[in-house]
Write a protein that binds this ligand. Structure first.
Ligand code: SF4
Length: 426
């Protein structure tokens, strides 16, 4: 087994049940093996689990920005597609019970009714909160699970009980095309985000061992767009291979000054996470003369990262996504890993090692109708005051109503397919 992983108490055999205890000792999850594949060595090579007792598949989020929506929904967990960069590999997100990432998925069999209950429970929320992102912890349209998790029953629940909710669906699976007609019926409220990391099929096999091909995913974009569904091309994470320098045992991206050509290693940071990464909020810390130096955002934008190779062909993607019919585009830097480690892990048939201290470059972000800040005629960010229902209760200062918060207005392209006023999104 090429992964560093300790199985959690399950032996072989279909039908065994696993119990997971929380820190307080309460049993919250139960899983039953629905299906498993046995490898040549007699060990399970992959398992499909059914959640027989589980909490709500919907989760409220405490920050909202271009990449985080007020709620997430998942018809299960895990993914057989085995992308090497997948954030679900990280311990914080690991929910696997019996096998490592890429070899185990679990499904809830009540996703449709849970969606209806979620929509009824949250019908009172203000419009800006009525947005859900599906499929952040799993591939909901995976061919092996879609008939069990039945995300299409969730779609019908939105169609019936949540007509004024926005539903963002993330996928790499052409199986979603089986429901293209239903999505077209719901085009005023769905945005389908098709995920890529490169347009090159050979590079895709390095970073995405088990996913559908690039060509198949482009077909999703083309087909759904042709039916009038709002489709976003997501080049996320983008595979920019940087020039790196090790400082105090941590590798950092090397930046170059646009005018002087001077180089120094460092990292860019967004100071305000509950908003959008406007240039005025991106600061840079550089290692110069053996000391860390903070540069203000105005100076920071003069420094650009030095890129060894762009495996995502970002210029080509940015020039092409409209031709495929898509209405929106977004890209974002890689979390947790550097590209060279992903390539090395692929060559050695092992899981990649996340890099401690890895800081993504926020200036790699490119958002087109995907959550970018909207500016007024004077070039200033447009803002709006809303009740911060997404804020955790501890920030309500004991009040019964959430505090008023000022938010940047974001452009998600909603105006192209919906008449609903989303308040902080257009
Ligand atoms: S398709 Fe998405 S969820 Fe599945 S392994 Fe790849 S990145 Fe992870």
């Amino acid at each position: 087994m090429p992964y560093d992983f300790t199985p959690k108490g399950l032996g072989k055999g279909v039908g065994r049940v696993s119990k997971h205890k929380t820190a307080s000792g309460e049993t919250r999850h139960q899983y039953e093996i629905l299906d498993e594949k046995i490898g040549a060595n007699g060990e399970a090579s992959s398992r499909l689990l059914q959640r027989t007792a589980e909490g709500d598949p919907y989760r409220a989020q405490t920050k909202i920005n271009a990449f985080n929506f007020p709620f997430t929904g998942n018809s299960g967990g895990g993914c057989f597609f085995q992308c090497s960069y997948c954030f679900l590999r990280q311990p914080f997100f690991q929910m696997h019970r019996t096998l490592p990432h890429g070899r185990e998925m679990d499904v809830s069999l009540n996703f449709g009714s849970a969606t209806e209950a979620f929509l009824r429970k949250n019908a009172h929320l203000p419009q800006y909160m009525k947005r859900v992102q599906w499929g952040v912890a799993t591939e909901m349209w995976h061919p092996r699970t879609v008939g069990l998790g039945k995300p299409f029953e969730g779609l019908r629940a939105f169609q019936k009980f949540g007509q004024n909710w926005m539903l963002h669906i993330v996928t790499k699976s052409p199986k979603i095309l089986d429901y293209a007609e239903l999505l077209a019926e719901m085009k005023h409220q769905v945005q389908v985000e098709v995920s890529f990391v490169t347009l090159n099929e050979e590079a895709s096999r390095i970073f995405e061992t088990g996913t559908p091909s690039v060509r198949q995913r482009l077909h999703i974009v083309e087909e759904l767009s042709r039916k009038g569904v709002f489709v976003r091309v997501m080049m996320m994470p983008c595979m920019r291979e940087y020039v790196l320098q090790t400082i105090e045992n941590v590798r950092h991206i090397v930046f170059e000054h646009r005018d002087t050509g001077k180089r120094a290693a460092g990292f860019k940071r967004v100071s305000e996470r509950d908003g959008n990464a406007g240039e005025d909020k991106v600061g840079l810390e550089l290692y110069i003369s053996k000391r860390w130096k903070k540069l203000p955002p105005g100076e920071s934008c003069l420094w650009k990262p030095v890129i060894l190779k762009d495996w995502s062909d970002l210029a080509q993607t940015q020039a092409s996504w409209r031709n495929w019919g898509a209405s929106a585009y977004k890209q974002k830097d890689l979390n947790y890993y550097y590209v060279d480690e992903l390539i090395q892990a692929h060559q050695e048939a092992r899981a990649p090692k996340p890099e401690r201290g890895r800081v993504e470059d926020p200036t790699a972000e490119c958002l087109v109708q995907s959550g970018e800040s909207v500016v007024d005629e004077n070039g200033n960010f447009r803002t709006v005051e809303v009740r911060g229902h997404h804020k955790p209760r501890r920030e309500w200062s004991g009040a019964k109503t959430p505090p008023l918060v000022m938010r940047n207005i974001m452009d998600f392209g909603y105006r192209l397919h919906s008449n609903i006023d989303w308040v902080d999104c257009i």
